[in-house]
Write a protein that binds this ligand. Structure first.
Ligand code: C2O
Ligand code: CU
Length: 482
């Protein structure tokens, strides 16, 4: 394998590739020229990081380009991208570009959409992102451990026209389980955890380190892209003293709105873009708190104002309407309807069908391995993806589809659909406000959620819970669009 240093290849750099190309470029008027691809090289390799902060212990991590999170991949809406992934781990990997509507062969699911990338080998992902927004990338092989050891990064697909904010910030949030000695606790795939809420850790990092404070200036209007790259931790963020406005969910613009009860709910793999008006007092600090788990709230960071006076006399409107992405609108009246029922997990307070229900049903647990504790429509597919997975649903290309997702378990599940974005129609019979599209639908225990989409992207697409232990232990299936 080549051993050149990690590098980012700029779009301009590619233009220097040979005299004939330069000559051709000179002869073609700029408007008629297709943009050269934006190119990144991502090297998956071991490294060390100080997750607790600069004065803290070093941790062995698995990284893209030596960093946690991995390099931010910045792409442009409607322009081609070329992403070279080199595997310097000692096990197979792939990269999934979470939330991007791309051709099936570029989706990064081992066995299902590509052969895994062997140690020492590379794979080139090429696609043109149709949607602007906040996305992310992570492995889809040995996912629980590879993601849990740090392999994750953000993909920002920029809008064609820039959005009028003072700063555009990314907070990639990640949950780790560290030992006293600062190492990542081993024993991934604990069966008891898998049957409950998954591997929730003990240290949350913001862009790769535990954060004391993030610097802001009074009067600013910032766009903040929140990404939850945790294995299992669900977050509910409150910005004390501030009123964030949600402008996009899972990369897709929504009607700008203030979150319910002022809490931004962020399941694993979800993204929420907010606009924050910095209305606090210069020199003061305000807590950002995650209080999702009752009794376990903690301070994620603080909004720390410097002492300078506000940059403007009057606040700008935080309700920025992002331009909509070119999503096909499902025709509800003509849609096919299907149900996906989620079952399994430890029986808990609520007295569910739980394991009992799963183990019964004589032969209906097709494909259920020894380790399966979860199922979708009575079938359990475990692991990361493999060849020959039978689809739970086969959809005709171009059809509008309404899916009812029923969570019959007593646990939360962020359900992720590959290859499509879904319009969320209703939750427990009530229409969902603010016109929202998602690729990862967070389901509370016993929730029933209706989603709709046009099955316009051909291929076999993974559909799974993004609590990684749940996926690995059966909460996964395939949607076929043909
Ligand atoms: Cu973010 Cu199938 O995954
Ligand atoms: Cu789940």
């Amino acid at each position: 394998m080549n051993s050149e240093p990690n590098r980012l290849v700029s779009r301009r750099g590619l233009l220097r590739a040979g005299a004939s190309l330069v000559l051709a470029a000179a002869l073609t008027p700029p408007s008629a020229r297709a943009a050269p691809p934006t190119e990144y090289r991502l090297v998956a390799a071991h490294a060390r990081a100080r997750l607790g902060g600069l004065d803290r212990l070093e941790t062995d991590v698995w990284t893209y380009n030596g960093k946690v999170p991995g390099s931010v991949v910045r792409l442009h809406q409607g322009e081609p991208a070329r992403l070279i992934v080199e595997n310097r781990l000692d096990q197979e990997t792939t990269v999934h570009w979470h939330g991007i509507r791309l051709p099936n062969a570029m989706d990064g699911v081992p066995g299902l959409t590509q052969p895994p990338i062997k140690p020492g080998e590379s794979f080139v992902y090429e696609f043109t992102p149709p949607d602007a927004g906040t996305f992310w990338y992570h492995p889809h092989a040995n996912s629980l451990e590879q993601l849990g050891r740090g392999l994750a990064g953000a993909v920002i697909v920029e809008e064609r026209e820039s959005v009028a904010v003072d700063r555009d910030l990314l907070w990639l949030l990640c949950d780790w389980r560290l030992t006293d000695r600062g190492e990542i606790a081993s024993r991934f795939g604990n069966r008891m955890e898998a049957a409950m809420s998954g591997r929730v850790g003990n240290t949350v990092t913001l862009n790769g380190r535990a954060s004391e404070a993030e610097p802001f200036r009074a009067g600013e209007r910032v766009r903040l892209r929140l990404v939850n790259a945790s294995l299992a931790r669900i977050m509910a963020l409150r910005f004390e003293g501030h009123r964030p406005t949600v402008i996009a969910i899972d990369g897709q613009p929504c009607d700008p709105h203030e979150p319910e009860h002022g809490r931004i709910l962020l399941g694993p793999a979800m993204r929420v873009d907010i606009v924050l008006n910095l209305e606090g007092e210069p020199g003061r600090r305000y807590d950002v708190v995650d209080d999702f788990y009752a009794g376990l709230s903690y301070r994620l960071t603080q909004i720390a104002y410097d002492s300078r006076p506000p940059i403007r006399g009057r606040f700008l409107d935080p309700s920025i309407e992002l331009p909509r992405n070119p999503l096909p609108e499902p025709e509800l009246a003509l849609a096919e309807r299907h149900t996906l029922t989620l079952q399994g997990g430890m029986m808990s307070m609520a007295g569910t069908a739980g394991m009992g229900g799963m183990m019964g049903g004589g032969g209906s647990m097709m494909g259920m391995g020894r380790d399966a504790v979860w199922s979708i429509n009575g079938m359990s597919m475990a692991g990361d993806g493999h060849a020959g997975m039978e689809p739970a649903l086969a959809l005709k290309r171009g059809r509008s589809v309404v899916l009812e997702l029923r969570n019959e378990s007593a646990w939360w599940h962020p359900m992720h659909f590959h290859g499509h974005s879904l319009r969320v129609l209703s939750r427990n019979g009530k229409p969902v406000p603010h016109s929202q599209w998602q690729d990862t639908v967070l389901m509370a225990p016993k929730d029933a959620v209706e989603v709709a989409f046009v099955a316009d992207n051909p291929g076999d697409w993974m559909l799974h819970c993004h609590v990684m232990d749940h996926q690995m232990s059966g909460m996964m299936t395939v949607l076929r669009v043909a």
